[in-house]
Design a protein around this ligand. Structure first.
Ligand SMILES: Nc1ncnc2c1ncn2[C@@H]1O[C@H](COP(=O)(O)OP(=O)(O)OP(=O)(O)O)[C@@H](O)[C@H]1O
Length: 573
């Protein structure tokens, strides 16, 4: 944990050191004031001019305020930079997460780790690290001086401190545990919020507001309970340190008194030593405060570290997109076996097929046959357990991941639109697409009519997951976005919802047109799609059971004939 924190702090070590030094200088100017005041009183008593002492005092007061303000600004700024560093590192990492890791995580919890947990690093950096540094230094210096004055009394003091240290050793992990649970509860709250806000219509329609409200409140209350528990143990730690110092004071007085009585030390030594015990109070409180404060930060760091341990794709820059007229891709699956996790059953049991460049291939089969999984494997969201997938004859594992994905346009079945403007959505896959290309794609996907109706045109906001668009419009926006990438391989997971006849016919024409120059794979739910496909891959229970054209398969494959007769959505146009 320390190493992770130091990793975030290291780039700012000089600023942190400067802030700590400025704090020390502020303290020193504060200490000088009484001395100047004493001089001033002396001058007054002896009827001397007090102009210089007054100027010196004024100067010290101003310097103290200015240096103090600068010191706290530098420290605060450094702390914010540490938070920024952690947020940047974590958000970059989360964007690279493997889909397997995303499947296992709650997005709301991951969000809390970036927003809430990183905030806790702020206090750890300034208060905790600086207090540990300055308090620790003062502590060591005082202990050394105490040793010089009287080693025996130092031994007595250290024994008391060691006793208190043992008690603190038992308390500190409790602060850590409670802080961790409090932050976990914040994560649970984030996850519940994301769950609810992501489907508020369904929650309302199901009349589930009160039950969901209870879940949220429970998480908030758990966080409160654990934070209160952490506060309780922090207070106990602070008071233990205070108590230890009082005990040390009394013990030193008793043992020192006895030593004075036996003549081992003189009264002056005892008084000096007692003064040091008194001086020890502040740095010890500072160090204990820093250690307890660190526990909250350590809990947050542990949660950040957990997120950073999730499997991620290797870092890589963006790859150039295919240029106009780029050759279409060829694809082959050879005996691919795949399951989503080690404890889940296989979804693909030896899938094999060959897709030549150009043309349209439709994947059909009963629900759960593993059709969408074929697309996820091509995008390398997951890697197969065994078997080989090749694109252009080269195994996917040997492809540079950004290059592989830049060759592919993917239209998901669900949630294919992101919050933001229509333009953001269209240009997501190719921000450099020019106006002409956008206009052309809007025309072919029949979005031009929609655009003409929107007062803000391409700058219209589409809402969370495109809720302000209809289901059919969302699908067409997703297709337009994929086409703007000029993909060499287009993966189209057809929506099960019915498009109106006119739009469907138009889209069919568009896809047929694209298939002349690009390899197109469609998970088909419409008879009209399969009848126009150059080849159809019939999948059932994780296997390819037949391949051919519609006409061939209706005669040759009973499952296909049944699907064609019953399951496909009615032909339109
Ligand atoms: N992320 C996942 N984690 C675990 N199991 C999954 C995951 N995604 C899909 N599955 C399972 O894998 C199987 C195949 O899913 P897939 O989405 O490939 O089916 P499909 O043929 O596309 O079905 P549909 O036509 O209903 O979309 C299903 O049994 C599904 O429950």
């Amino acid at each position: 944990m320390w190493r992770l924190l130091l990793g975030y702090v290291r780039p700012h070590r000089w600023a942190l050191l400067a802030g700590a030094l400025l704090s020390l200088v502020t303290g020193a100017t504060g200490l000088l004031l009484p001395l100047v005041a004493r001089g001033l009183i002396g001058d007054l008593a002896h009827d001397r001019s007090i102009t210089w002492p007054l100027l010196a005092m004024a100067g010290l007061v101003v310097a103290n305020a200015a240096v103090g303000a600068l010191g706290s600004y530098v420290l605060r700024r450094t702390a914010e930079s540490v938070v920024l560093g952690a947020r940047r590192a974590l958000s970059s990492y989360l964007l690279r997460l493997r889909i397997t890791a995303v499947d296992r995580s709650e997005p709301g919890d991951l969000m809390a780790r970036i927003t809430s947990d990183t905030t806790l690093l702020r206090e750890v950096t300034t208060d905790s690290l600086v207090a540990l540094g300055t308090g620790g230094l003062t502590l060591v210096a005082t202990v050394v001086l105490m040793g010089v004055v009287d080693p025996v009394l130092l031994g007595v003091t250290l024994a008391v401190i060691a006793g208190a240290g043992t008690v603190l050793g038992a308390i500190v992990p409790r602060i850590n545990r409670a802080s961790r649970r409090a932050q976990d509860a914040v994560g649970v709250m984030g996850a519940s919020l994301e769950r609810i806000l992501g489907a508020l219509r369904t929650v309302k329609a199901s009349g589930a507001e009160h039950r969901e409200e209870r879940t949220l409140h429970e998480a908030a209350e758990e966080s409160w309970r654990q934070s209160v528990s952490a506060a309780k143990w922090s207070a106990a730690a602070g008071n233990t340190a205070g108590l230890a110092m009082q005990i040390a004071f009394i013990t030193v007085l008793a043992v020192g008194g006895a030593r004075v009585a036996t003549g081992a030390i003189d009264v002056g030594t005892l008084v000096a030593f007692l003064l040091y015990v008194f001086y020890l109070m502040s740095p010890i409180q500072q160090v204990v405060g820093a250690v307890t404060q660190y526990q909250t930060g350590a809990a947050a760091l542990a949660r950040i570290q957990e997120a950073l341990r999730l499997p991620a794709e290797p870092p890589a820059g963006p790859a150039p997109l295919p240029t106009a007229g780029a050759e279409p891709a060829t694809l082959a699956f050879t005996d691919v076996r795949f399951r989503y996790a080690d404890d889940l059953p296989y979804v693909h049991h030896g899938v094999s097929f060959d897709i030549p460049a150009r043309g349209m291939t439709a994947f059909v089969g009963p629900s759960g046959a593993g059709k969408t999984t074929v697309f996820s494997l091509i995008e390398r969201f997951y890697d197969p357990g065994s078997g080989v997938i090749t694109l252009d004859g080269c195994a996917l594992a040997d492809w540079d991941l950004p290059r592989l994905r830049s060759a592919i346009g993917y239209v998901e079945q669900d949630a294919p639109v992101l919050s933001g403007s229509l333009r953001d959505n269209l240009l997501l896959g190719n921000p450099e697409a020019d106006e002409d290309a956008v206009t052309e794609v809007l025309r072919t996907t029949r979005l031009d009519g929609l655009l003409a109706r929107l007062p803000q045109g391409l700058d219209t906001l589409v809402g969370h997951r495109g809720t302000k668009l209809s289901g059919g419009e969302r699908q067409r926006v997703a297709i337009a976005r994929a086409l703007l990438r000029r993909p060499r391989l287009l993966l189209l997971d057809e929506a099960t919802s019915q498009l109106d006849a006119v739009n469907e016919a138009a889209l069919r024409d568009t896809v047929a047109d694209v298939a002349r120059s690009t390899t197109v794979l469609v998970v088909a739910h419409r008879l009209s799609t399969v009848t126009m496909a150059d080849r159809i891959v019939v999948m059932d229970a994780g296997r390819v059971r037949a391949m051919g054209t519609h006409r061939e398969l209706v005669d040759a494959d009973p499952l296909y004939a049944e699907l064609a007769a019953t399951q496909f959505l009615a032909t339109a146009g």
